[in-house]
Design a protein around this ligand. Structure first.
Ligand SMILES: [Zn+2]
Ligand SMILES: [Zn+2]
Length: 275
């Protein structure tokens, strides 16, 4: 096992266990490398936005401790596993200039960008939208995903599958969705930003994809087609979830002839072979 690049810590307030337990679990599974990417708090939003948008994620005052604690652990475990320190950051259109200095306050190894909210439809979690037609929510999601890729703030776009896990896939419009998803992957390739293969998205697809649609499979096909770079992440919020489903994920990547993943040190990409 090469690298799990999406791991949370108790600093975000909604992950369990101790940081060392996440690391020890990764060591026990034989991982060469792991990347922590806990949620940056949304304190970079305006006050009004913050009031409307629930504030999960690290407190501003914890960011320094998060960074230094993980760096200490990196040294402690140096002969067992390589630890990289990163963040998962909500991409918010218009907040790029505020976000950039926050992200450069500490020399993070990498940063993953996420879309958990579609502000044009209200400041809330994607699962909470009702009223708007799903096709419009999907279009907005992919518009923001492409903006996030163009922002150059991120090394990888986290869980692009997030939308179809939470909002019913509108079958009538699936040509539009497939083409927007394809555009997003093409944008990732063009901007040299990774697409994350998220274990929760993979597991969801195994359990839920109706026979007629299989967006995860389509996603892998587009990654291959555009030769888009990827990372793999468990999105672990508890120690046992580190490396979740990596065996079957890697198998399905290899079955599509997707053979390379990326790791990051100090923002610099390094390619690793899967097979
Ligand atoms: Zn996320
Ligand atoms: Zn996450």
């Amino acid at each position: 096992l090469i690298a799990d690049y999406h791991i949370h810590t108790p600093y975000c307030g909604h992950a369990s266990g101790k940081i060392v337990q996440y690391i020890e679990n990764a060591v026990a599974q034989g991982f060469q490398e792991i990347g922590f990417s806990d949620h940056l708090g949304r304190y970079y939003l305006t006050r009004l936005q913050r009031k409307r948008y629930w504030n999960w994620g690290m407190e501003e005052r914890d960011l320094a401790r998060y960074f230094s604690e993980l760096n200490e652990l990196r040294d402690v475990f140096a002969n067992k596993i390589t630890i990289r320190v990163g963040l998962e950051v909500d991409f918010v259109e218009g907040a790029e200039d505020i976000l950039e200095p926050i992200l450069s306050m500490y020399p993070f190894d990498f940063c993953i960008g996420s879309i958990h909210c579609l502000p044009r439809f209200g400041w809330k979690h994607i699962s909470e939208y009702s009223g708007a037609a799903n096709i419009n929510l999907y279009k907005e999601y992919f518009r923001l995903a492409q903006l996030a890729l163009h922002s150059k703030l991120f090394h990888s776009l986290a869980h692009v599958d997030f939308i179809w896990r939470y909002l019913k896939w509108p079958q009538t419009f699936q040509d539009i969705i497939y083409s927007e998803l394809a555009n997003t992957i093409r944008t990732a390739a063009a901007t040299n930003t990774c697409i994350e293969i998220n274990a929760n998205g993979f597991v969801w697809a195994q359990a839920n994809s109706p026979a007629a649609i299989d967006p995860f499979n389509f996603l892998l096909d587009q990654i291959k087609l555009f030769n888009a770079p990827i990372t793999i992440g468990s999105d672990a919020h508890e120690p046992d979830m580190v490396g979740k489903s990596f065996g079957p994920i890697i198998k399905s990547l290899l079955s599509k002839q997707i053979t390379k993943i990326y790791c990051f040190e100090d923002g610099r990409p390094r390619q690793e072979c899967l097979g």
